[in-house]
Design a protein around this ligand. Structure first.
Ligand SMILES: C[S@@+](CC[C@H](N)C(=O)[O-])C[C@H]1O[C@@H](n2cnc3c(N)ncnc32)[C@H](O)[C@@H]1O
Length: 325
């Protein structure tokens, strides 16, 4: 009797409730009656059509031609790095009525240097802009206009601040899990996306990595915790960024490793006035439509029993890079 009442309530308010459920919760209630089965199928179809939950300019579909139950990968979406602990436990996904809250946009500018004055070109920057001068796609460090500048979001020197810049799709592979593929031609040097997720302290990153390693050893679990070290000009110190996209992140969390370096290069890009740089992905060569997007996770293989690598490149080491975080 109690179950029936819950079903009626869910059917009546499905539009409001179902998009907030995780994939597991959705799967469970889809078994309870025909109406809920039908409603959850619609939600699932919407989720598959856009992993970004409409946060990005283009929809980013999941494609799975394999005969398994992995119709999509469940995670929360953020288009940029999250600097605080105020991470939601749930986020709506799969209903056209509810669109993402604007609060989630432009997080890149929330941690800034006070009083850093950038360029004063006006709304759109000109040739002589003090912040210009890196978009050759080759240097290790990039600079863009930022919160310290007078220009606005339309400025051409804010290329990496407007979310995913090219059409991509998330495709299932039997051995590597989900992977990110180009859904259009991408010319060498073009910006694609940044690596978005939670910015963690090193202590928290080490705690989570230990937990993820345990999960990976007993399950087909994929973590997306990335550690970036930026060597400072003094040579004596390095800035360490720990970005965890496992629970909440953007499409960069689906980029798989390739031992030959793949077709993407990474660069830290700093916006004038921003405290932290962002890790940005550029095409290191021309990329054709339907080509998988990959990069090298690193050179170090510390673990004797590392995870097997299926990158298929002639220079494959056989195991994925692994480091002590
Ligand atoms: C950042 S995630 C990439 C997305 C992941 N494939 C997924 O399904 O969510 C990293 C994980 O992907 C898998 N992976 C990435 N590159 C791989 C490769 N070359 N061979 C095998 N597995 C790979 C490993 O499980 C790794 O821990």
């Amino acid at each position: 009797m109690k179950i029936e009442r819950t079903e009626c309530f869910l059917i009546e308010h499905g539009d409001l409730i179902l998009p907030w459920l995780t994939h597991q919760q959705l799967a469970n209630i889809s078994l309870t009656c025909k109406s809920l089965h039908y409603l959850t199928r619609i939600i699932t179809r919407n989720r598959i059509s856009d992993a970004s939950r409409t946060f990005e300019s283009f929809p980013i579909p999941f494609l799975n031609n394999n005969n398994n139950n992995n119709t999509y990968s469940y995670f929360l979406y953020t288009p940029s790095i999250l600097y605080n602990n105020n991470i939601p436990r749930y986020q709506p996904w799969g209903n056209s009525v509810i669109s993402p809250s604007p609060v989630w946009r432009n997080h890149d500018e929330t941690v800034t240097f006070v009083d850093v004055v950038g360029c004063d070109c006006g709304e759109i920057c000109r040739d002589g802009c003090a912040c210009l001068g890196f978009f050759d796609g080759l240097d290790d460090m990039g600079r863009e206009c930022g919160p310290g500048c007078f220009c606005g979001g339309e400025c051409g020197n804010r290329v990496s601040q407007n979310g995913v810049a090219v059409r991509v799709k998330i495709v299932r592979d039997e051995r590597k899990g989900w992977g990110l593929f180009a859904d259009q031609f991408v010319g060498k040097g073009m910006f694609l996306f940044q690596y978005a997720g939670e910015l963690l302290t090193t202590k928290e990153a080490q705690r989570r990595q230990k937990h993820y390693d345990e999960l990976a050893s007993c399950d087909r679990f994929s973590s997306a915790l990335l550690v970036v070290r930026e060597h400072l000009p003094s040579g004596n110190a390095c800035l360490r960024l720990n970005i965890d996209a496992t629970r909440i992140g953007n499409v960069a969390r689906f980029v798989n490793h390739s031992c030959d370096g793949g077709n993407l290069s990474t660069k830290l890009v700093r916006s004038t006035g921003s405290l932290f740089p962002r890790l940005c992905f550029f095409a290191s060569k021309d990329i054709q439509e339907d080509e998988e997007l990959t990069f090298s996770y690193g050179e170090i293989r510390k673990r004797s029993n590392g995870l097997p690598c299926y990158c298929n490149s002639p220079s494959c080491f056989g195991t994925l890079p692994s480091e002590d975080t």
